[in-house]
Write a protein that binds this ligand. Structure first.
Ligand SMILES: [Fe+2]
Ligand SMILES: [Fe+2]
Length: 292
């Protein structure tokens, strides 16, 4: 296992070396006529009967709304992570490398949230917020997460959204502004993933069996709730589709289910390897759409 202090020191150097990358985004670049806002294969309705009935303009418009929903989800989860990281730091040595890296990560998440907010505005979309009960549920439960839950939930939200951003940043059919934002985010998140994996492995080795049992369930339920709200039905209303019918087709869409499973593969494999997903919690991950 990697020494958490050494990993944090390496990540601090890498963060310092790449500081300011988001300042190089060209926010004044105009959108290209007819270009996608995410690879079409990642749009939830791709390949469904509804998709077949839509013209190119409506499909592109749906990709714009779905990108706004993903960016909104990005802001919301980053706000949640910041709260959990705040508690992690407050209980530690206040000046060691791990605390300083966690502070650096909070600083990067703040910039990401600002960057996503700016992207949503530039796309002339509104923010998609999760339903009130999810917000309420998080404020009630987030104190229970502890170090295992904090870094497992961090890892989950970071790894699940990594693949779509990696594919978007390389895809020449996608709007250049979206590709730039994805590139900045993917680069910085790779460091956060490394930090979360190291902290989580360390926390699992030192946790009591009772704590691990609680955290397994908590993280499984969180994955389920997180994924249930990944794509709000209101994106479909924004493009003139019946939200209930469109959501039903998206959830039943074998293509969409497959890309969600692919998105979850790395996190599910890692969490299983370190013992945070045992056969008893597997059902949460299946219901979340992240595991076969
Ligand atoms: Fe981020
Ligand atoms: Fe992050």
């Amino acid at each position: 296992m990697h020494d958490p202090q050494l990993v944090a020191e390496r990540l601090l150097r890498a963060s310092a070396a790449s500081a300011g990358v988001d300042a190089r985004i060209d926010w004044d670049a105009s959108f290209e006529e007819g270009a996608w806002f995410m690879p079409p294969e990642w749009v939830s309705l791709y390949g469904t009967p509804l998709w077949q009935s839509m013209d190119h303009t409506s499909r592109v418009e749906l990709s714009r709304q779905e990108m706004a929903a993903l960016a909104s989800g990005g802001i919301w989860t980053e706000l949640c992570l910041m709260q959990m990281l705040g508690r992690y730091m407050a209980g530690r040595d206040l000046i060691d490398a791990r605390t300083r890296y966690a502070l650096t990560e909070v600083g990067e998440e703040t910039r990401h949230s600002l960057m996503f907010a700016r992207l949503i505005s530039a796309m002339r979309c509104r923010a998609y917020t999760p339903p009130g009960y999810v917000n309420h549920l998080f404020s009630l439960t987030n104190v229970v997460y502890g170090r295992i839950g904090t870094f497992a939930v961090t890892l989950l939200s970071e790894e699940v959204n990594d693949l779509v951003q990696r594919e978007a940043m390389k895809d020449e059919r996608v709007q250049p502004l979206v590709r730039q934002v994805c590139r900045v985010h993917v680069t910085e998140e790779a460091r956060h993933v490394s930090f979360a994996r190291t902290e989580l492995t360390h926390a699992m080795r030192t946790a009591s069996a009772a704590n691990v049992r609680v955290q397994r369930e908590l993280v499984g339920v969180t994955a389920f709730v997180f994924m249930a709200h990944r794509m709000p039905a209101t994106v479909y209303r924004a493009v003139g589709l019946d939200p209930a019918a469109a959501r039903q087709q998206a959830l039943a869409n074998p293509h969409y289910r497959e890309i969600l499973r692919r998105s979850g593969h790395k996190a599910v494999t890692f969490l299983t390897e370190i013992g945070l997903i045992s056969p008893r919690q597997r059902h949460w991950w299946r219901r979340a759409g992240l595991a076969p």
